[in-house]
Design a protein around this ligand. Structure first.
Ligand code: AP5
Ligand code: MG
Length: 218
């Protein structure tokens, strides 16, 4: 099963991805996570991406398409299936993914669009914190750790907030992504693979909706 998760910044792609991986064991491929890792290691891709990410802009398609192409060609993807998170983000990337799938003889089975009104997203992003050891995502009010200061998943005690969750950057990230979102939704609707879920519900309830969709296609 090969999937794509789409949704505006803060919609809950990463949060739902953790739950989907636990149940369906697909390979989670987040372009945002790949760029953050590359920036931390100061690789050539990380150095190219940094200026764009710090401003809340999209990294150029040539860079993004290439890292996805390399990742999808790895053997674990063929065994377990992929779950893209945050890619494609515009029509050119969607067309690039079609070409990559064709070249690798893969098929995109479902696109899950997590829909959340933009007014909710600023609060979600400003309250987010992430475990430095395992990457689990939390929220100060909506989804805190069960025991304060200790990661539910790995027991880690070191958490961080993302640099691009600063209020000035968040606004631009939302504007950039809102512009790209509608054409992408139309594209996948026409392709007959689009499923939309209400991402304004509680985290577990959003997963119930996604799980129903995945159950039906798996
Ligand atoms: P990326 O890392 O993908 O960021 P994003 O798209 O802005 O999305 P987020 O990761 O911020 O949100 P999310 O939907 O994963 O929400 P989460 O589950 O964490 O990309 C970062 C940057 O990299 C981009 O800006 C761009 O520069 C670059 N980039 C990446 N992909 C690219 C591409 N394809 N092309 C070009 N550039 C690219 O949840 C958010 C918070 O809300 C958490 O605190 C969580 O606990 C809480 N929460 C989640 N669900 C709920 C719920 N149902 N109710 C209440 N709270 C909830
Ligand atoms: Mg994310």
């Amino acid at each position: 099963m090969n999937l794509m998760l789409m949704g505006l910044p803060g919609a809950g792609k990463g949060t739902q991805a953790e739950k989907i991986v636990d149940k369906y064991h697909v390979i989670h491929i987040s372009t945002g996570d790949m760029f953050r890792e590359a920036m931390a290691q100061e690789t050539p891709v990380g150095l190219k991406a940094k200026g764009f990410i710090d401003q809340g802009n999209l990294v150029p398609d040539s860079v993004t398409n290439e890292i996805v192409k390399e990742r999808l060609a790895q053997s674990d993807v063929f065994q377990a299936g992929y779950m893209l998170d945050g890619f494609p983000r515009n029509l050119d990337q969607a067309k690039a993914l079609d070409q990559i799938n064709q070249d690798l003889n893969l098929n995109l089975d479902a696109v899950i669009d997590i829909q959340v009104d933009k007014n909710l997203l600023i609060d979600r992003l400003s309250g987010r914190f992430i475990c430095r050891d395992c990457g689990a995502t939390y929220h100060k009010l909506n989804n805190p750790t069960k025991v304060a200061g200790i990661c539910d998943r790995c027991g880690g005690t070191d958490f961080y907030q993302r640099d691009d969750d600063k209020p000035e950057t968040v606004k631009n990230r939302l504007d950039v992504n809102i512009k790209m979102n509608t054409p992408l939704i139309d594209y996948y609707q026409k392709a007959g693979v689009l499923h939309q879920v209400n991402g304004a519900q509680e985290i577990d309830q959003v997963f119930v909706e996604i799980d129903k969709i995945l159950n039906a296609i798996n």
